[in-house]
Design a protein around this ligand. Structure first.
Ligand code: HEC
Length: 159
């Protein structure tokens, strides 16, 4: 009886030790980095805000306050993107992500695509704040182009 208990205790100890030493290298057990969900939520908000703006522009009298508020979300979230892509968090690393390896292979191009969104969304926000719905509508393709420019090269095309 006493012998068995000792054996069990030893087995547990060995299992714990093995678990501790393997933890760092066993990638299949590594939880998904939180930053992946954060950046996807951030993009989701950008997408939702852009959808609200385009929907509002279809009304006879677009609510410019709604458009401005959503343009502000896009601009604020665009500036969040910078810290959202640490190396080792792409789809090739085995995560549930549409981030392509090109992000880390062509960092300058990715930074330029990010910068394009930051400036396009800032310009769009300025137009929205000026209150001219027609001018905002004219600015939609320019903003949408900044999304597509990045997605074409850096996001998995799953359509
Ligand atoms: C600098 C590059 C870049 C720009 C600019 C960009 N995106 Fe993305 N977007 C990505 C990447 C990369 C992903 C995939 C992220 C992942 O799955 O980890 C993504 C994912 C998304 C998603 C899916 C989020 C989810 O739930 O997984 C939406 C929606 C989206 N983007 C909308 C937009 C819109 C709208 C714009 C423009 C206003 C935009 N993006 C601009 C790179 C960009």
């Amino acid at each position: 009886m006493a012998l068995r208990n000792t054996g069990l205790a030893m087995a547990v100890l060995i299992a714990l030790t093995a678990c501790g030493s393997n933890g760092e290298t066993a990638s299949s057990d590594t939880p998904e980095p939180a930053v992946i969900g954060e950046r996807q939520d951030n993009f989701e908000e950008i997408g939702d805000a852009f959808r609200v703006i385009r929907g509002e522009l279809e009304n006879d009298a677009p609510d410019m306050a709604v458009i401005s508020a959503n343009a502000e979300i896009i601009n604020a979230n665009a500036m969040n993107i910078e810290g959202h892509f640490p190396p080792g968090t792409g789809m090739d690393d085995g995560y549930d992500s549409e981030a392509l390896a090109t992000i880390w292979e062509r960092p300058e191009e990715f930074a330029a695509a990010h910068e394009r969104l930051v400036s396009a969304s800032a310009a769009f926000l300025e137009t929205a704040d000026a209150g001219d719905a027609a001018a905002v509508a004219e600015g939609v393709p320019e903003l949408g182009g900044a999304c597509k420019n990045c997605h074409d090269t850096f996001r998995l095309d799953d359509e």
